[in-house]
Design a binder for this molecule. Structure first.
Ligand code: COA
Length: 174
């Protein structure tokens, strides 16, 4: 099955919600994306569609973060959630979504992208815990990963990295 990746439009909201509800054991991720949109923090959502049928196969969302190094604000985004329907897994759809997200955010001028996820998967794109570890965050730890865009940050940059407020509800539903 071949898929193509498009920027999601408002008419894709139902497909995005359905994918997230099918891929995660709880509705929190679907509610996260809705809340990010309501709050104006959703920067971009990309949707992978089956080229033959047009069916939605996967999505990735990018949201605004508040990141600062000393007094300087740094344009940064969080990549979450990422989901691919079971029928389309293990064929590179998630990888294509992440690569497209990195390209779009690089073009948009972001300097940093954070993700909370498996280093084994995200390491292939250059995300690392070492890049994230200089930043204070409630999610700090081995699964908080960051990728420097635009050629990187000053060596040893330290600061704070706050996800959009909608993320606070994710922990509450555990
Ligand atoms: C995690 C998830 C997004 C991965 O989606 P996916 O489309 O299967 O991912 P990919 O196919 O891009 O990569 C997965 C594996 O397939 C491999 N792969 C990539 N292209 C491939 C291809 N053309 N043929 C075969 N395998 C391929 C990758 O190397 C990867 O292997 P590895 O991770 O075991 O090393 C999906 O399983 C999912 O939605 N899970 C539930 C929600 C979730 O946990 N989301 C992530 C946290 S936000």
């Amino acid at each position: 099955m071949t898929t193509t990746i498009q920027r999601a439009a408002p008419r894709d909201a139902h497909d995005i919600d359905a994918i997230l509800r099918a891929c995660f054991p709880r509705p929190a991720e679907a509610m996260l994306v809705k809340q990010l949109a309501i709050d104006g923090d959703l920067v971009l959502a990309l949707i992978a569609r089956d080229e033959a049928s047009g069916a939605a196969a996967g999505i990735v969302a990018l949201s605004r973060m508040h990141v600062a190094i000393g007094p300087e604000s740094v344009p940064a985004v969080a990549l979450a959630p990422l989901a691919v329907l079971p029928a389309y897994r293990q064929t590179g759809v998630a990888e294509a979504l992440v690569r497209a997200a990195i390209d779009e955010m690089t073009r948009a001028g972001a300097l940093l992208m954070f993700v909370l996820g498996e280093p084994g998967f995200y390491g292939r794109f250059g995300f690392s815990a070492a890049t994230a570890e200089g930043f204070d965050s409630p999610y700090a730890g081995q699964y908080l990963l960051a990728l420097e865009l635009q050629g990187g940050l000053p060596c040893g940059a330290r600061g704070l990295a706050d996800h959009a407020p909608a993320f606070a509800a994710l922990g509450e539903s555990d």
